[in-house]
Design a protein around this ligand. Structure first.
Ligand code: GLA
Length: 358
């Protein structure tokens, strides 16, 4: 089984030499299966229609149908599969919610295949092979965040991941003090091409600075390259530079227990994603505005959109004793102002993927 994730800060910079600060959530994909005596793979799902059947000996495995099976096929193509197998996939990570439902499926499949093949990958290698499955079979040129946290999540901690050297640092989140509230706008997110276009524009912006990587780019460097860029591409780059700084500052502020600072950084991250990176939606903005209006007196520390954007969820950090009241008010306010019923749940930071013995 492997969890989905929510990201506290560090959005759209895992493919820009950035840092990210996600935690694994208490929602997961589960793969149950067994070895076969032949070379056939059969995949079914409790939540999605159709059955995928393919031969593990065939190269390449191919994209195939039904479309949900592509993530699993991709992982199978890059894993050690000495025999055929059959499996059933179940998941309670909402699809299209920006909570990494696809990474959870990939990492759960890799975990199943490790057990089946009798070997285990190094955590970084496992995350990278799942990322490659997403690139080649899922169609999104995602960064490393989702697969990393699904593999390496730690109960009680968010993880600051350095997307250059792949090192990680635990950032404690005490559930007795703090609640992580996830609210799904229920306006489905469609990453597809928009995500890949955002990624491409960050490559263009970096090139104009003449630097080898985003870590070396200051706000002044980007400003100096402004005339070589159109306004939109410049703003994409400005988001990257600002978000890298905000993410390291946020991890430090969390260590120091400086919650007002954490809140400010979350709101600035949201504004940058809304105005410069343009991946937010009016529904996400609405939830963040409602949270900001409630403010620290009501127990709200900070809020922002989380994940790829274009719909999906917000993450709100809330004082644990105020959770129920904050959740109730945000849900009611969103329903009142949009006419849409959101889905809200709180999560503790959960552990990463593991084998469950039945
Ligand atoms: C998606 C991708 C991640 C990351 C986020 C945005 O979830 O899969 O790699 O880029 O969007 O932070």
């Amino acid at each position: 089984m492997a969890p989905g994730r929510v990201n506290l800060i560090g959005e759209h910079i895992d493919y820009c030499d950035g840092y990210v600060l996600p935690l694994a959530i208490e929602r997961q994909a589960v793969v149950v299966g067994r070895r076969r005596d032949d070379t056939t793979a059969k995949l079914r799902s409790t939540v999605m229609d159709g059955e995928a059947v393919f031969e593990i000996d065939e190269a390449p495995v191919g994209l195939g149908e039904p479309s949900w099976s592509r993530y699993l096929r991709g992982v199978a193509a890059f894993s050690y599969t000495p025999t055929g197998f059959e499996l059933m996939l179940d998941s309670n990570v909402p699809a299209g919610g920006g909570l990494s439902s696809s990474a959870a499926i990939e990492v759960a499949t890799a975990t199943f295949l490790e057990a089946l093949g009798g070997l285990s990958f190094e955590p970084v290698n496992k995350a990278l092979l799942c990322q490659m499955a997403e690139h080649r079979f899922g169609g999104a040129k995602c960064g490393i965040m989702d697969q990393f946290i699904s593999v390496m999540g730690q109960a009680g901690n968010a993880l600051l991941i350095d997307c250059v050297d792949y090192s990680t640092r635990s950032v404690p989140l005490d559930p007795a003090q703090l609640a992580v509230l996830i609210i799904n706008t229920n306006s489905p997110h469609q990453l597809g091409d928009a995500y890949n276009r955002r990624r491409a524009s960050t490559v263009t912006a970096l090139k104009a600075t003449g630097k080898a990587g985003w870590r070396e780019v200051s706000a002044a460097d980007l400003e100096a390259a402004r005339s070589a860029l159109d306004d939109e591409t410049f703003r994409r780059g400005r988001h990257v530079v600002g978000e890298i700084a905000r993410t390291t500052q946020c991890a430090q502020a969390m260590d120091a227990g400086d919650w007002p600072q954490v809140g400010e950084l979350m709101y600035s991250s949201h504004e940058s994603l809304r105005d410069d990176f343009e991946v937010s939606t009016p529904e996400l903005d609405k939830l963040v505005e409602l949270a900001a209006a409630m403010g620290p007196d009501a127990g709200v520390i900070g809020a922002r959109m989380t994940g790829g954007g274009f719909g999906g969820c917000t993450v709100t950090l809330v004082r644990a004793d105020a959770l129920e009241a904050v959740q109730g008010e945000l849900v009611a306010g969103y329903r009142r102002d949009t006419g849409v019923e959101p889905t809200a749940f709180a999560t503790r930071p959960a552990a990463g993927a593991r084998v469950l013995t039945l």
